[in-house]
Design a binder for this molecule. Structure first.
Ligand code: TRP
Length: 449
């Protein structure tokens, strides 16, 4: 039992980079931009930031403490912290992580294919051409091949271990990714439509959107998905954390970096989209829109555009791998912890199973959308709610004790976080969950006339 405890991070910075790598992913580069454009621009951004600061941040701290204080995998940590009755929560973590990774692998495949295409062939010259291209990569063999390669790479990194795999990749990828994105955002600010792009998407204010349940659902989903808290991925990472790590400050760093990357991605995407007159394409959005309008916009400015596209899609792919490894770590840690499997076997078997589960999503966009709504929307948020309730009410003593033992978090700060976990997070998340379910039922049962 508990072989998982033997591994550890090489340094505090290594952990923060790995956890930020988990947070920063396709969700920031695509999800943020397209959800912001769907739901009222600046209004969405405000809702998003509010949810992240008051809800996701305390839940992230709770998830990290749950991992460190128990030293167990996500499957067994809830039981260790609060008794057998919490076993279903462990299963929820494993199932939802696998479910999210199943469709995430498909999205990674699209990203990889777009990169290869931009590199080898070039960019589409019209929206029509882009749609044809996208239809090619997002269906059939090409999608499956991209998904297979992505799951393979994910398994290679996780099999290599915490330090030699996950930490090493994140140390290399994350600083580079951030730097490149800053460069691209600066480049985009020189485009003729830049100011208009910022205004349309990031600064537009529409207070009615605050009451639009789809906008609220989008903000909740985006916040939990992007920070990556709620289903034990960061819990798994935190089990390898040492007693002295300043968890609350680390959580602030992770959330801050994640939000910065989401905004930076917007500062790149929106100027491009507006400059090349593709604004309509974004707001009528599906998951694939940024795969369409960004390449097409960049395609109209020759070599520079192609270089930007290749840079952007490489960076996106790197960001995606540092995220997918955190999702795979959940079933892998569970198999190591509960069944005493070796890391290598656990990684390969889990990746293979998840690949198969993702096949329907690779061949059918509707399945992919539904999996996103169900796992990334409803169940992820439900997991966040359970974490807040568990740590706020049922294991609050070990929560305070763990933070106190680190010798670095002032008791008053721990108390404030606990207050949020008890009284603010559960209520707000429960409301968000209810709104999401109502909105989704409306969407699923909607019959166009
Ligand atoms: N946060 C990642 C992104 O934005 C995806 C991700 C990684 C995730 N780990 C997670 C989502 C855990 C939910 C839960 O792309």
């Amino acid at each position: 039992m508990a072989t998982a405890q033997k591994e550890s991070w090489q340094s505090g910075l290594g952990f923060v980079l790995a956890a930020s790598g988990s947070a920063v992913g396709l969700g920031n580069l695509w999800g943020f931009a397209y959800r912001a454009s769907q739901g009222g621009g600046g209004t969405f951004v405000l809702l998003y930031v509010l949810i992240v600061m008051t809800i996701c941040l305390p839940v992230l701290v709770a998830e990290m403490v749950l991992g460190r204080s128990t030293g167990r995998s996500p499957l067994l940590a809830p039981v260790q912290a609060a008794g057998r009755a919490w076993q279903p929560m462990g299963w929820l973590f494993v199932v939802v992580s696998c479910g999210i990774l199943a469709f995430y692998g498909v999205l990674m495949g699209w990203t990889g294919q777009t990169l290869l295409h931009a590199l080898q062939v070039g960019l589409p010259s019209s929206m029509g051409e882009a749609e044809l291209f996208f239809a090619g990569i997002s269906g059939g063999q090409s999608a499956i091949a991209g998904q297979a390669v992505s799951m393979l790479l994910t398994a290679v990194v996780v099999a290599a271990g915490v330090q030699a795999g996950i930490e090493r990749l994140s140390r290399m990828a994350l600083p580079m990714l951030f730097l490149l994105l800053v460069v691209l955002a600066v480049w985009a600010s020189s485009l003729p439509g830049a100011a208009e792009g910022y205004r349309t998407f990031l600064l537009r204010w529409d207070s009615q959107e605050l009451f639009n349940i789809t906008t609220i659902r989008n903000a909740f989903t985006q916040a939990f998905f992007s920070v990556g808290t709620g289903i034990g991925a960061i819990l798994a990472y935190s089990a390898y954390l040492n007693r002295k790590a300043p968890i609350p400050s680390e959580a602030v760093a992770i959330v801050g970096l994640d939000t910065a990357v989401g905004l930076l991605a917007g500062l790149l995407t929106f100027p491009v989209v507006i400059s090349f007159g593709l604004g309509d394409a974004v707001s009528g959005s599906t998951i694939g829109t940024i795969f369409l309008s960004l390449p097409t916009g960049l395609g109209s400015i020759g070599l520079t555009g192609r270089i930007v596209a290749v840079t952007f899609f490489s960076l996106a792919y790197l960001a995606a791998i540092t995220s997918s490894v955190s999702l795979l770590e959940v079933p892998v840690a569970a198999l190591m912890d509960r069944c005493n499997w070796s890391r290598r076997n656990a990684a390969w078997v889990s990746a293979a199973v998840i690949f198969v589960v993702g096949l329907p999503a690779a061949t059918d966009l509707n399945v992919l959308g539904t999996m996103d709504d169900l796992f990334g929307g409803v169940l992820l948020i439900a997991g966040g709610l359970l974490i807040a309730v568990l740590m706020g009410w049922f294991a609050s003593r070990s929560f305070l004790e763990d933070l106190k033992n680190s010798g670095i978090t002032p008791p008053a700060r721990a108390g404030i976080i606990l207050f949020f976990l008890r009284w603010v997070s559960p209520l707000v998340i429960a409301a968000g969950l209810l709104i999401s379910v109502v909105d989704l039922i409306g969407k699923w049962t909607y019959v166009p006339r």
